[in-house]
Design a protein around this ligand. Structure first.
Ligand code: URA
Ligand code: SF4
Length: 215
C-alpha cells in the first residue's frame, strides 16, 4: 500500500503572505521527501503576478540552488516564454511538490529524478493552495500531469484538455486553469518531435498570456 503522509497542512501558517509561507515551508515534514532532499524549493515571483505557473517538483539543480526552474527544464521554459513574449520576472513560478525526489545511481554521485506519487502531491498541495490564495492569479498554468492532476483530480488528461481555460475550484476559491505539457517532456525529445512539442508549449503559453492580457 502507498505510504500515508501527514500532509503539509499543519506547517502552513494561516493567512500568511508569500514570504511567511516560504519561511514556514523550510521546516515542512508533511511527507518523506524532505529527508533526502537538500532543501525546500518554494515558489518565486511577485505576489501580484497575474499568471501562476505550476511545475512538477524541483530537479537536481533546483534542489541545490533552492529556486524553481533554474536547471535544464528551466532553460527550456525560458526559451518558450521568450518565444511567447512573456516576461519571466512577472510570473509566479512554483511546483506541485516542493522537495526533489530522486534515486541515487550506484557508484556515481548522479541523482536520477523520480516522479512524485499522487500521495506526495496531495501531501504537498496545502502549500500550493496557500500560494494560490496569496497570489490570487488571474490564470493558473499547469505544466504537465502532476501539476494538472494535483489541482484538477486524477482523471485529468493534459493530452486532451491542454490549451483550454477551465474552471478550477479549490479551497472554496475559484480560479481558472490552463494546462500544457511539462518543459522536461520537451527537453527529452529531439529533432522534429522536439520542435513540434516546443511549438505546442509556446502556443499554450501564448494563449495563457492572451487570456490575462499580459503579453
Ligand atoms: N521541473 C519542475 O517541474 N520544476 C522545476 O522547478 C524544475 C524542473
Ligand atoms: Fe512538505 Fe511538500 Fe516537502 Fe513533502 S514535498 S516535505 S509535503 S514541502
Amino acid at each position: 500500500m502507498a505510504p500515508r503522509h501527514p500532509g503539509a497542512e499543519q506547517w502552513v501558517p494561516d493567512g500568511a503572505g508569500i514570504g511567511g509561507l516560504r519561511r514556514a515551508a523550510r521546516t515542512c515534514e508533511g511527507c518523506d521527501l524532505y529527508r533526502e532532499a537538500t532543501q525546500t524549493v518554494f515558489g518565486e515571483g511577485p505576489a501580484n503576478a497575474r499568471l501562476l505557473l505550476v511545475g512538477e517538483q524541483p530537479g537536481d539543480v533546483e534542489d541545490r540552488e533552492g529556486e524553481p526552474f533554474v536547471g535544464p527544464a528551466g532553460r527550456l521554459l525560458d526559451q518558450a516564454l521568450e518565444a511567447a513574449g512573456i516576461d519571466r520576472s512577472r510570473l509566479y513560478l512554483t511546483n506541485a511538490v516542493k522537495h526533489f525526489k530522486f534515486d541515487r545511481i550506484e557508484a556515481s554521485s548522479r541523482r536520477l529524478h523520480k516522479k512524485p506519487t499522487r500521495g506526495e502531491a496531495i501531501a504537498c498541495r496545502p502549500w500550493l493552495q496557500a500560494e494560490l490564495r496569496a497570489v490570487a492569479p488571474e490564470l493558473v498554468v499547469a505544466l504537465g500531469a502532476t501539476a494538472a492532476q494535483s489541482l484538477m483530480g486524477p482523471d485529468f488528461r493534459v493530452s486532451t484538455q491542454r490549451g483550454e481555460v477551465l474552471p478550477l475550484e479549490l479551497d472554496d476559491e475559484r480560479y481558472e486553469l490552463l494546462a500544457t505539457v511539462h518543459p522536461s517532456s520537451v527537453v527529452r525529445l529531439s529533432g522534429d518531435d522536439r520542435d513540434c512539442a516546443f511549438a505546442g508549449l509556446v502556443r499554450d503559453l501564448r494563449a495563457a498570456a492572451d487570456t490575462v492580457g499580459d503579453r
